[in-house]
Design a protein around this ligand. Structure first.
Ligand SMILES: Nc1ncnc2c1ncn2[C@@H]1O[C@H](COP(=O)(O)OP(=O)(O)OP(=O)(O)O)[C@@H](O)[C@H]1O
Length: 222
């Protein structure tokens, strides 16, 4: 990490659509080795926030740094973070999972043998091995999530951001994802995810936040 900033640093973040203010001088920090869940009612701005902190959406105002780097440093952001979201799948539709994993391996210059072994292991664990040569566009909703998860984990990003990660996953896959978050935390990596399913979020050793009125606050589970 550079500049002694947390892994995710967002300050005075503002985002509006027309006259609808979604993020209002929002401040958020996430440190390395943390698993954090972000709750919030439908339409409150969770996806907008995640897109803004990773640079997929331009905030109107405010400062964001990931691992100390501004969002304009796209190569660093790409090497540091992964985003799993149903809204970010369009480019994947052109690939089979096998082709997508080769692409990830190539751009992150991962050792081939190690990457191949991990893909094999994780696709067996998540029961998607038989889908390796199917077009992504034809996969089921939950299988698409699993393929995205494997692609994201392959390059061991310091920051894994997931929008509604549990949606559409069977219970084995939910438990797998929770174990992934826990393992990443033990290894000093961070995960930030949104969910409406509090019972799953409570299974992780998470920090808990809620987005309301355009700001993020600690979530009080009492
Ligand atoms: N491109 C856009 N143009 C106009 N309004 C938008 C756009 N993207 C998001 N919004 C609005 O911003 C608000 C926040 O949306 P967002 O998708 O972030 O909510 P959310 O908290 O993720 O909701 P959910 O829990 O239902 O997924 C909503 O009112 C939405 O209509």
């Amino acid at each position: 990490m550079s500049n002694d900033l947390p892994l995710v640093y967002a300050n005075q973040l503002r985002k509006s659509f027309g006259n609808k203010i979604v993020l209002r001088d929002l401040h958020f920090e996430l440190h390395e080795g943390t698993t954090a869940v972000l709750f919030g009612k439908n339409g409150v701005g969770k996806s907008v926030f995640l897109n803004c902190i990773l640079g997929f959406l331009q905030a109107d105002q405010g400062e964001v740094r990931i691992d100390g780097h501004p969002l304009t440093d796209r190569i660093h952001i790409r090497n540091t973070s992964a985003f799993i979201s149903s809204d970010h799948q369009d480019f994947l539709n052109l690939f089979t999972p096998r082709e997508y994993f080769s692409f990830v391996q190539e751009i992150y210059q991962l050792p081939k043998e190690e990457a191949t072994a991990l893909i094999q292991q994780w696709s067996d664990d998540l029961q998607v091995s038989r889908e390796m040569d199917s077009l992504f566009s034809g996969l089921s909703f939950g299988t698409k999530k699993k393929i995205q998860l494997i692609g994201a984990l392959l390059f061991r990003p310091k920051l894994l951001v997931c929008d509604e990660i549990f949606e559409g996953l069977d219970s084995d896959a939910v438990n797998y994802v929770i174990a992934v978050f826990d393992r990443r935390q033990r290894e000093g990596q961070s995960s930030l995810f949104t969910t409406h399913i509090a019972q799953y979020a409570m299974k992780t050793t998470s920090k808990r936040y809620v987005l309301e009125d355009g700001q993020i606050r600690d979530f009080d589970w009492g």
